[in-house]
Design a protein around this ligand. Structure first.
Ligand SMILES: *Cc1c(COP(=O)(O)O)cnc(C)c1O
Length: 400
């Protein structure tokens, strides 16, 4: 675990914050690993042929994922748009230049329960190419016949999302999804932006898989696009068209390559142990407070990552989970917790982005906030304001 440099915040006038939420775009995604920091700095003063750089990235991606080929995009979201666009145009550069105008063969099949929002909607990442989403099944059910029926002659690709953002049950398993799509010659694009396993989705039949470079990998902002050589090339040439506005720089490509390489030699067991120690510390801090229960919660998509779930019985704790999350957010330094399921009666603490000393600060803040709650001193936030806070933060930006 590296040390956090609080001086960075004072020197530059930023509000200090501690992230126990997860890898969130709104606060800069993740703390980059030293190898990625060094690589981005190393390449900055030099010219380099970008095709040569991306061909080297392809080799690094192939080694990490088992794919035939790959390239680095500006983000996972950019990778999704580029992959879809590639499935529409193939290697026809004339068609690349025409997007978002397409022929009628422009539909992308997605299970209804996978139509998520990761800061923007995945449907829009598809529509950006000129394609239309063809919704398969209902929110909590996709059956074989529903996917089979959706795969008509107008479908160019199907997208499968692996994420805590999607509906947790009733969805078709990836392997079956790929079998049915391949029977109709439809390629499968997997959005695995936040998943740790770099090989399993291709192994289960995916034609393209997409990861974020700036989440668990700790790279610079980037997206890793890996898969079948012809589909990857078709996605790559979208740089001549709609992906021009999603341009990635040499520093992010080189940094993402370094992050991928570092991932292979990271001491995952040691990191897991540090994370477990943080969870124990926080559970201890919650101990003895009325109406507060803790337990260790495994990640829903089976990433090797546990979180502390703090369940709040509002009547006994004299505060709602939303009030506790809000109070931690007001702390100095600000402590950002996982609060997107507060209406279910709990908050979660995610240990995957901690620096040295963070865990102790969070434990002490938790104790102070729960003591305040016990004395009925916590204010209940307006939960409608909280739900819409992400949108409001954009609208409020830079106004005085
Ligand atoms: C984070 C995320 C994205 C977006 O990733 P970026 O690299 O930030 O564009 C897309 N899909 C899912 C499921 C995500 O979790």
């Amino acid at each position: 675990m590296s040390k956090v440099n609080w001086n960075f915040y004072t020197k530059n006038g930023f509000e200090p914050l501690i992230n126990v939420n997860g890898t969130m775009t709104g606060i800069g995604a993740s703390r980059a690993v030293p190898q990625a920091v060094a690589a981005t700095a190393e390449i900055m003063p030099h010219f380099v042929n970008m095709h040569e750089l991306q061909a080297k990235a392809s080799k690094v991606i192939a080694a990490a994922t088992g794919a035939e080929a790959g390239f680095i995009a500006a983000s996972a979201s950019a990778g999704i748009s580029m992959a879809v666009a590639g499935c529409i145009t193939g290697l026809n550069v004339g068609h690349v230049e025409q997007l978002p105008q397409t022929s009628e063969k422009n539909k992308v099949a997605v299970q209804m329960g996978h139509l998520c929002n990761y800061g923007a909607s995945i449907e829009q990442a598809v529509r950006l190419t000129g394609a239309e989403v063809s919704i398969v099944g209902q929110s909590t059910q996709t059956l074989d016949h529903q996917l089979q029926a959706a795969l008509d002659d107008h479908v160019v690709a199907a997208i499968y999302v692996v994420s805590h953002h999607v509906v947790e049950y009733g969805q078709m398993p990836l392997k079956r999804f790929c079998e049915i799509c391949h029977n109709s010659n439809v390629p499968v694009i997997v959005d695995a932006a936040s998943e740790y396993d770099l090989q399993i989705f291709l192994a289960q039949g995916a034609d393209i898989v997409i990861y974020s470079g700036h989440k668990f990998l700790g790279g610079p902002t980037s997206g890793i696009v890996a898969g079948k050589r012809d589909l990857i090339k078709a996605a790559y040439i979208q740089n001549l068209g709609i992906a021009r506005g999603m341009k990635i720089g040499k520093e992010s490509i080189f940094g993402a390559m370094a992050a991928l390489t570092a991932w292979a030699s990271r001491d995952h067991a040691a990191i897991r142990q540090q994370e477990q120690a943080a969870l124990s510390l926080w559970a201890k801090a919650c101990h003895g407070f009325k109406g507060i229960d803790t337990n260790i919660q495994a990640d829903v998509t089976h990433n090797p990552l546990d979180r502390l779930k703090i369940t709040v019985d509002s009547a006994k704790a004299n505060a709602s989970p939303a009030a506790i999350a809000h109070a931690l957010g007001q702390f100095e330094p600000q402590i950002l917790v996982r609060d997107h399921e507060v209406e279910l009666g709990y908050i979660q603490l995610d240990p995957c982005n901690l620096a040295d000393g963070h865990a102790e600060i969070v434990a002490s803040a938790l104790k102070q906030v729960l003591q305040k709650a016990a004395k009925s001193q916590l204010q209940e936030p307006d939960t409608n304001l909280m739900r819409n806070a992400g949108i409001q933060s954009y609208l409020n930006w830079n106004s005085d």
